[in-house]
Design a protein around this ligand. Structure first.
Ligand SMILES: Nc1ncnc2c1ncn2[C@@H]1O[C@H](COP(=O)(O)OP(=O)(O)OP(=O)(O)O)[C@@H](O)[C@H]1O
Length: 223
């Protein structure tokens, strides 16, 4: 699924350069569930941005399927994000003025011209996360856990091959945390997703098949 070779990422900040990734070599196979841990500033978000085709490395290659994401144009990267990669964030990132169903539909606008078809797929995706009854609610009318379920439905409605989750349970209480993690695990098992999740929470990370640690831009395997 992913093959990273000698990936570095350097940011310029106030005249200094910060090396966020420092020679990362990493292979992630299709269908794996991978947790990424590490100290703050270690490079977790930067790595996720590379995997998510949100940014290109300063050097090295990021092979995803047949493409080297380091060499693609911005529009090709955008297309890959729209079709192949789902994202879930700590802060849910729902549009507050749209209903749950409309939020989910936004993920299909680029790829799916048929409006009625989009609406149908959105309702099905919400049903898959147990929110069929809440499709017409605004985010402000939903609990945090429900909002994260909507965000997961939005990420999965386009049937991506990869789901990238950045602290998906970071804003939720313990009961909701288990609920959302269970949902992610079910989706992962049901549709053969590759699930890559950044988390500070070791008990969640231990539920993954594979754990990586990233510190000072270098990746190691945890066993
Ligand atoms: N846009 C940017 N400009 C300058 N420096 C950046 C930028 N983004 C990240 N950095 C720096 O790169 C390093 C890695 O940051 P990154 O956000 O990837 O770490 P992280 O492990 O996700 O941290 P956290 O757990 O706090 O989110 C840090 O030193 C950070 O300050």
């Amino acid at each position: 699924m992913y093959e990273l070779a000698s990936v570095t990422k350097t940011y310029q900040h106030q005249g200094r350069s910060v090396r966020a990734l420092d020679g990362v070599d990493l292979t992630i196979r299709p269908g794996e569930m991978v947790a990424i841990q590490g100290p703050t500033g270690g490079g977790k978000s930067t790595l996720l941005q590379m995997l998510g085709a949100l940014d290109r490395p300063s050097s090295g290659s990021v092979h995803f399927g047949g493409d080297d994401l380091a060499r693609l144009s911005g529009s090709r990267l955008g297309r890959i994000r729209a079709t192949e990669i789902g994202f879930v964030f700590q802060n849910f990132n729902l549009i507050p003025t749209l209903t749950a169903a409309q939020n989910v539909e936004t993920a299909l606008v680029v790829t799916d011209g048929d409006r009625a078809g989009r609406a149908e797929k959105a309702r099905q995706a919400l049903a898959d996360v147990g929110l069929a009854e809440r499709a017409d609610h605004l985010p402000s009318e939903l609990s945090g856990g429900q909002q994260q379920r909507v965000a997961i439905a939005r990420a999965l409605v386009k049937r991506p091959s990869v789901l990238l989750a950045d602290e998906p349970t970071g804003n939720l209480d313990e009961a909701m945390r288990d609920d959302i993690m269970g949902l992610l695990e079910r989706q992962w098992g049901d549709v053969g997703l590759t699930l890559i999740m950044v988390t500070h929470d070791s008990s969640l990370a231990r539920r993954a098949q594979r754990r990586l640690r990233i510190d000072h831009g270098r990746v190691t395997e945890l066993t």
